[in-house]
Design a protein around this ligand. Sequence first.
Ligand SMILES: Nc1ncnc2c1ncn2[C@@H]1O[C@H](COP(=O)(O)OP(=O)(O)OP(=O)(O)O)[C@@H](O)[C@H]1O
Ligand SMILES: [Mg+2]
Length: 411
Amino acid sequence: MAREQVVASLDIGNSTVRCVISVISPDQKDPHIVGIGEAESLGIRDGMVSSIEEVVSNINTAVENAERMSGLAVHHVYIGTSGSHIETTPSRGVIAVSTQEISEADVERVIEAAQNAPIGRNSHILRIIPKSFSIDDQEDIQNPLGMSGIRLEVDAHVISGNVSILKNLERSAHQASIDVNDIIPAPLASAESVLTRRQKELGVVAIDIGSSSTSVTVYEEGSLVHTAIVPIGGASVTKDIAIGLRTSIDAAEKLKTEYGTNIVDEVPEDEEIDLEKISKIDSHIVSRKHLSEIIQARYYEILMLVKEELKLVGRDGVLPGGATLSGGGSKMPGTLELSREVLSIPVQVGYPQGVQGMLDQIEDPSYATAVGLILWGIHNSSIDSGSRGELSFDFGAITKMIGDFFKKLLP
Ligand SMILES: Nc1ncnc2c1ncn2[C@@H]1O[C@H](COP(=O)(O)OP(=O)(O)OP(=O)(O)O)[C@@H](O)[C@H]1O
Ligand SMILES: [Mg+2]
């Protein structure tokens, strides 16, 4: 008999570890969020695990906070991994069709054949996402199931991550006594929670400005077109402020989040900030105009690099669904306006959607990845086995790598 199931996620970011616990009931479509927890992420540097001990301790804190709020215990999680170690490689798979009609098994086989992508020696495939299929000489087929032909080909995106980073994340979760259902690239998870089906059909880019990097994920006609990581995020903005205004990193972070803006013109020339008010070790006075100029210069660079990625796939300025901005870095005032100017498309905040409960707390673009991990997990695997504790992160499972391809075809 169907029953309630607990699905949890851990977004192990470069600045924050976030845990979200949800409950899925058989009579409700959307997962119900019942607990969230956060911890400062001190064991990850530029996407790499710099201290397993720290990561374990940060995971424990985030999970305990979410458990306390929900009154539920977390035994399994979907983990999100972010940063420049995530790579997307185009790949092609070809097979001979075994019967007259193309079956699910044939589609699985051809996607499996696309595993032969030229990925790095230390990379592990996390997802294979089909772009389109060809049957004999007929190209651009979205769903080949039931069609007839002799040769089936697929054009796919192979998304991979660095093996030692993935293993260290899994090890950290195990040391925190948590099993890993799956490790999911954070850019895909984030896009999953902020984009609507309609936007994905029209053509849209989900931009997640994190701490160490900014992810760019483009969808069109319902399919993934491009995903890339720009290796600059909010931490670079903070560093620029510390250098430019000669402050400590802590004071720079406070200046950024409490006084920062991307709209330089709105800041009066003579507005000053006394660092003594926000810092124990800094005591000089800085110009808020200068602060905003430093911030805007770095955000402009990030957005220009996003624009380059869109140019690369011929989608610069031509995405009718516009752009969404998520991640903590998107909370800088004026970022929507600056993005509209640089990208020349409509831009809106990427709030996590598709869930119920605790909406006040998760109506925050920083939660896009953690909420998206839950949605991605639900859409991509048999949750039933997760709740009985039978799923474990399997480095070879092709069905997980293929993800929700078959589910996407359902009406
Ligand atoms: N109100 C705010 N205004 C401007 N920047 C902010 C604000 N709040 C958070 N940030 C910045 O957002 C960044 C953290 O964002 P987020 O929590 O999405 O990162 P993360 O997921 O931990 O990192 P990553 O995705 O790179 O692994 C930090 O650089 C932080 O300074
Ligand atoms: Mg993140």
